[in-house]
Each structure stands twice: as structure tokens, then as C-alpha cells.
Ligand binder design. Sequence first.
Ligand code: FES
Ligand code: FES
Length: 159
Amino acid sequence: MGKEIATLMVDGCEYEVIIEPHMLLIDVLRDKLGLTGTKYACGAGDCGACTVLIDGKPSLSCLTLAVMAKGKSILTIEGMTTGCELHPIQQAFVEKGAIQCGFCTPGMVLSTKALLDENPAPSRDEIKSALAGNLCRCTGYVKIIDAVEAAAEMMRKEG
Ligand code: FES
Ligand code: FES
């Protein structure tokens, strides 16, 4: 099996890209589509920096072959904003000081979205468990958990 032209649905847009069987989703997102918000760190499934949502589920794009994402709906951090407006989760991360270098933030925000889509009022333990695969080297986790709680509240109010 060689190169193929694949259709990928990313952030609500359809892209036709030439992919090879060994190509990782993160490389296609960053290098072919220019969506560099998805971060590459460990490359081994340990840190969660590369998390995107595939059909609503957090997925490590550094371990996912691009061909496996054909026909599925991929959400990256670029797809979280509406025009210039931040998503409430992003807004809450900013307001609660849950971002320092920001390298872990896209993955954190997407894992949070998957959690809140399923569970709009999670406990702190449920938040910890949903973000267990996302590592942060800077902020510690208290402000991140505070931000997720604040985002949940904002989203419940917005209905
Ligand atoms: S870069 Fe994918 S889990 Fe660390
Ligand atoms: S803010 Fe720097 S790794 Fe999380």
C-alpha cells in the first residue's frame, strides 16, 4: 500500500491530503494542514500534549495513524474558537491562570471538552481522572482543575 489521497474532516472542514500508510495524524495536522496548535512532546503516548478529539473521544495524535482517522470527525484546538471568540473552556483557563508556557494547554482543553460533553457537572476527582493522561510541567494541577470547574459552570449557564 502506498500513497493515497485521503479526505479528512478536521474542525468541520473537509481536507484532501496525500498521506502514506506510516504517517502519523499529528504530522498531517501540523505539517500538511498547518494546524500547529496540536503539540508534539514525548511522541510516546505519555504526556497528552498531542491530544485531539476523534469522534468526540480524546485521542493521542502522536500514536494515531492518519489513515485511521479517515471518515471520522477530528477536532483540534483551532476548532475550539468561534471566529475571534474563545470557547468557554479556553476562557476559563485564561481567567483562572491555568496556563503558563501553554504547551500542555491544547491537549488539556480538548480532554476537558470531551469530559464536559459527557458530564456537565464533574466532581474534582472526575476532573482529575479525565485529565490523568495530560501532563503539565508548569502550573501544577490545582488551577487547571479550578478552570475546568469554572468552564463547566459557564457552559451550564449558557445551556
Ligand atoms: S506527544 Fe503524544 S502523548 Fe506526548
Ligand atoms: S502550562 Fe507549561 S506544561 Fe502546562
